[in-house]
Design a protein around this ligand. Structure first.
Ligand SMILES: C[S@@+](CC[C@H](N)C(=O)[O-])C[C@H]1O[C@@H](n2cnc3c(N)ncnc32)[C@H](O)[C@@H]1O
Length: 274
C-alpha cells in the first residue's frame, strides 16, 4: 500500500482552463435543485473539491447556497481556503477535510457533486446508495471522472513503472484507476437506485502549448503518486521524468498549432425521484 499522494495546487491549476471545461459541461446537465422556490438555501457537497476554484463556480449558479467542499489533501484545502466565506449572493462556502472513501452525508443535500476526483476512490460506486440516501427528494448526484486510462499518457506511465529499473519502487502505480466504470455501467447502477439518470462520455481534443505540455499536465494529476514516492530521491525523480518525457514526446509530437492531447471523460447525473 502507498500513502496518499501529495498534491501541488499550483501545478494542478496550470491547466485550469482545460480542467474546468468538463465541470461546466456537467453543471449544464444538472437540473434545478429542490430547494429553489422553497425559500431555503440549497445545500451542496463537492467531494474532492481540490483548490476550490470549481467549487466556487457552484456559487455562481446557486448564489444563496451553502456549499461545502470536502478533500483529503491538506495542500488542496489550504489553497481552497481562499474561497471560504460568505458569497456575494448571501450564500456560504466552506471546506473540510474528509476521505471520500468513507464520507457519509452529514446533512440533507440538494446536490452532491464530484469533479475529477472519484477515480482516486476505489469502489466509489459502493457509496452511491448512501450518497443518494443523503439527498433531498428531487436532489441530484452528479460526477465526472477521466476515462483515459488506456490512452498513451497513462499506458506509458504504467509500462515505465513496471520496467525493470523502476519496478521495485513503483510497480503498483501503473495499475491505478481500474475502478472507473464505463458510462453504461454507471447508468445501470444509478437507475437501479431509483434515480432518473443520464450518463455519457466526451473526448476533448485539448490543444496544449509549450514544450512537453503532456508531461506538464500529468505532473498535476496522474504523476502525483510517483512523484510522492520519489520525493526523497530527487535524482531518481529527475531520471524518471526524463524517461517518461522521452516516451511522451514520441506519443504526442507537437503539431503546427501546439500539441493535441485527446482526453476522454465520463459523466453521470442522477436525480432522486420526488
Ligand atoms: C484532479 S483533482 C480535482 C479537483 C477539483 N474537483 C477540480 O475539479 O478541479 C482530484 C482531487 O481529489 C482529491 N482526492 C483524492 N482522493 C480523495 C479522497 N479519497 N477523498 C477526498 N478527496 C480526494 C485530491 O486531493 C484532489 O484535490
Amino acid at each position: 500500500m502507498h500513502s496518499a499522494p501529495t498534491w501541488d495546487p499550483q501545478q494542478y491549476l496550470r491547466h485550469s482552463g482545460h480542467r474546468t471545461r468538463p465541470f461546466l459541461d456537467l453543471l449544464a446537465r444538472i437540473p434545478e435543485l429542490p430547494a429553489i422556490g422553497t425559500g431555503l438555501p440549497p445545500r451542496i457537497a463537492d467531494l474532492g473539491c481540490g483548490p476550490g476554484n470549481v467549487t466556487a463556480l457552484l456559487a455562481d449558479r446557486w448564489p444563496t447556497a451553502h456549499i461545502t467542499g470536502f478533500d483529503s489533501s491538506p495542500e488542496m484545502l489550504e489553497q481552497a481556503a481562499d474561497y471560504a466565506g460568505t458569497t456575494p449572493g448571501g450564500g456560504l462556502l466552506d471546506f473540510r477535510a474528509a476521505d471520500a472513501a468513507h464520507w457519509t452525508p452529514d446533512d440533507t443535500y440538494d446536490l452532491i457533486v464530484s469533479n475529477a476526483a472519484l477515480q482516486w476512490v476505489p469502489n466509489h460506486p459502493e457509496s452511491f446508495p448512501l450518497w443518494i440516501e443523503g439527498l433531498r427528494p428531487g436532489g441530484t448526484f452528479a460526477f465526472q471522472v477521466p476515462g483515459n486510462f488506456t490512452s498513451p499518457s497513462h499506458a506509458l506511465l504504467g509500462e515505465l513503472c513496471d520496467a525493470p529499473q523502476w519496478r521495485d519502487r513503483l510497480s503498483d502505480h501503473g495499475r491505478r484507476f481500474v475502478h472507473v466504470l464505463d458510462p453504461a455501467e454507471y447508468l445501470t447502477r444509478l437507475v437501479d437506485l431509483g434515480c432518473e439518470s443520464d450518463a455519457w462520455e466526451t473526448t476533448y481534443s485539448q490543444l496544449l502549448a509549450g514544450e512537453d505540455p503532456v508531461l506538464d499536465w500529468v505532473k498535476g494529476t496522474a504523476l502525483r503518486p510517483v512523484l510522492t514516492t520519489l520525493a526523497d530521491d530527487p535524482a531518481a525523480a529527475a531520471e524518471f521524468l526524463a524517461e517518461y518525457r522521452d516516451l511522451l514526446r514520441k506519443a504526442y509530437p507537437p503539431g503546427p498549432h501546439g500539441t493535441v492531447f485527446p482526453f476522454r471523460r465520463i459523466f453521470a447525473v442522477a436525480r432522486k425521484k420526488n
